[in-house]
Ligand binder design. Sequence first.
Ligand code: N1C
Length: 251
Amino acid sequence: VVVVVVVVVTAVVLSNRTDTFKATFIQECERRTPENTSTDCVEVWSAFEQAYVGRDPCQVPPEAYDHLLSVAPPQPACNRMLFWSGTKEVAHQVSEGCYQTMEDSMLGSVLDGMTWCGKEGSNETFTSGCPGWTECVNNPVRSFWSRASAEFAAVACGDAVVLLNGSRDTPFSPTSTFAKIEVQKFKPGKMKSLTVVLVTKDKVVANCENASLNKLKKQLKPGIKYICKEVTESKLIKCKKDHGKSCVVCW
Ligand code: N1C
């Protein structure tokens, strides 16, 4: 009897986990999708799930999400695209009501902060016991952000902005998603310019002359103009507060 109860309780807990994640996903998707669009959130969920369910959680490459990204592509907002690296928090404070970050896209907002994976021989979604970011390269979470970031960067148009961390030695870090994926995907002809906003906390470690920023400038394809501005985090936050959700430029 005890064994049966344990088995049943475990089964219920496990399937509830999948169900909660699935329900949240679909609910968030619906909340974020205007009614006049053709996006079917149940279809988006199955495209998402299909990327990792039943697979070894260390063998999910970015391409596993190709179908998902074609079902739910990020919508570009020209002249309002905001990228970030090492500045997630301030980036979202500043972008609110104006700029579009990856997390403002439907998939980005649904999956930000989430962990998920599958298992060989199972049709479940697990939300714990999944490989960490660096445990293996092809894990479901890391591969999702790689694939989604590539798409987000590829549709960027007009004048774009990236918030980099000026309190670090290397604001443009070669191992970041921004450097490894997004910069490579920017399209001249679509993107006119990239403004680096170098945000410093209390300590100014790097300025616009930083060697890593020189590398960033060189990596931009010809036709994309490079601009760099230095600003303190407090000034940025104050400016944003003073102007609310309007799109005033604070750098
Ligand atoms: O590696 P990063 O930054 O350079 O990645 C940031 C860059 C942004 O411009 C986004 O468009 O790449 C995109 N992106 C996300 O949108 C995102 N949301 C949440 C990349 N990573 C994202 N995450 C998580 O943040 C992800 O789990 C990873 O661990 C961090 C990357 O942060 P970073 O090193 O500051």
